[in-house]
Write a protein of this length. Structure first.
Length: 430
């Protein structure tokens, strides 16, 4: 017979297993978001894309993501998270395979749009399950671990996918990504469950509450809560260096401005993901430990602005120094994970996914700024075509990088305006 202590440990293990397995889709989303660093040169050589056109191809993921975040939140609050997760993951894999086989620009865009639309469910599904399987006081650490899972996907999209692309070509490399998706779907089918045993009555009560509130009223509650907007702005803009450097332009910046070869540049960008992998659970744990949200977010924004300034203005450093600098950048921008428990704690429990989806619209809008970064690069007029690849100058990148610094400054302002939750639910379920 299990003792209460053993039962508690077993329940905690099961909680972690379910939530982290659900985060495998978020892991897969991060591969999709960041794979252009590995394949963008191949796409430029094959199709002759400009920076702006390549940026739009990347951004179609964000377009689909942003448009489907609200529906995703509403559906996840009302229906089986497990069933929804399995369906959207399957669609994402199919769209990835289609992208790897076509040459028409608009079909490629449509595939990326579908991948982004299904990706809207990735993080939200993990947040929804975490709110059911964990006590609120553990939420920052849990979310930090979920983000770490996603960051592993970002790492997989760097050196490993670059190697596959160089050895096999970009199309077979993406087909391997599709096969990986099928394996992860099978794992989720076996492990993921909607709620712990014994919580069914509470879930029924929440659904009754949602029915009483109605679709528009519950959406209105989320919209008028300024905590959701401020947290979304903070997370989005602190994440912006990851979207831009980790997703598409980091390797080009390091090779064209700081004269690293592609393997060195990929290793440096990978360290930003490693920093986030370490920093995300660490930031969450520290926030839970001190029982504060606002102060760690303010400190994180200040440090992010400082380190990003070093990235932008520092002269070319040694390979080891760049490794350390980008590792530090990943560590400090990890403070963005604290914004998610602020959202969960600032809304009634039954609209957790709806409130998070509202903030996620702002968060993923950061990805929609990537084409603007490419547009800024092209505006300087200093680019040259060499061997079919567009080469930008240090001045070109400097002009575009100001966008990241301004974004982090706005994030700092948002963190100053957020109300402290002290790691407690501010609004109780009625």
């Amino acid at each position: 017979m299990a003792t209460p202590a053993k039962a508690s440990k077993l329940n905690m293990f099961l909680s972690w297993l379910v939530v982290l397995t659900s985060a495998l889709f978020f892991f897969y989303n991060f591969i999709q978001m960041n794979l252009f660093n590995s394949i963008n040169s191949s796409l430029v050589k094959e199709f002759g894309f400009s920076a702006e056109r390549l940026g739009y191809l990347y951004a179609f993921y964000s377009y689909g993501n942003v448009l489907f975040l609200f529906p995703a939140g509403m559906l996840l609050d009302r229906f089986s998270v497990r069933k929804i997760l399995l369906v959207v993951f399957t669609i994402s894999v199919i769209a990835t395979y289609i992208f790897s086989n076509v040459s028409d620009f608009w079909i490629m865009n449509a595939s990326r749009f579908a991948i982004g639309a299904t990706g809207a469910f990735g993080f939200l599904s993990s947040i929804r399950l975490a709110s059911r399987w964990f006590d609120p006081r553990h939420m920052a650490l849990v979310i930090g671990m979920v983000v770490t899972m996603a960051v592993l996907g970002g790492i997989a999209a760097q050196a490993p996918l670059t190697w596959f692309t160089q050895e096999l070509g970009w199309r077979p490399a993406l087909q391997i990504v599709a096969i990986l998706g099928l394996v992860l779907i099978a794992i989720q089918f076996i492990i993921v469950r909607d709620e712990p045993k014994g919580l069914e009555k509470i879930e029924v009560k929440e659904h009754v509450q949602l029915e009483k509130l109605g679709f528009w009223h519950s959406l209105g509650i989320a919209i008028v809560n300024k905590q959701n907007w401020l947290s979304g702005i903070y997370i989005s803009l602190v994440n912006l260096p990851l979207f831009v450097f980790g997703g598409i332009w980091g390797v080009s910046y390091l090779t064209q401005v700081h004269n690293f070869d592609s393997s060195q540049a990929t290793a440096v960008i990978t360290m930003m993901f490693v920093g986030m992998m370490i920093g995300s659970p660490l930031s969450g744990w520290l926030s839970d430990r001190v029982k504060l949200r606002k102060l760690p977010m303010i400190i994180g924004a200040i440090l992010s602005l400082s380190v990003m300034s070093a990235v932008v203005f520092a002269p070319t450093l040694s390979f080891a120094a760049e490794i350390c600098l980008y590792l530090l950048l990943g560590l400090v921008i990890s403070s963005q994970v604290i914004g998610y428990p602020v959202i969960a704690e600032s809304n009634i429990h039954s609209i957790t996914a709806t409130a998070t989806s509202l903030s996620s619209v702002l968060i993923m809008s950061g990805g929609m700024l990537v084409p603007f970064f490419g547009w800024l690069l092209d505006q300087s007029g200093g680019a040259q075509m060499i061997n079919g690849v567009k080469i930008y100058s240090a001045a070109d990148f400097l002009q575009a990088n100001y966008m990241l610094l301004i974004g982090l400054l706005i994030a700092l302002i948002a963190s100053l305006l957020i109300k402290e939750t002290y790691c407690k639910q501010l609004h109780k379920q009625q």
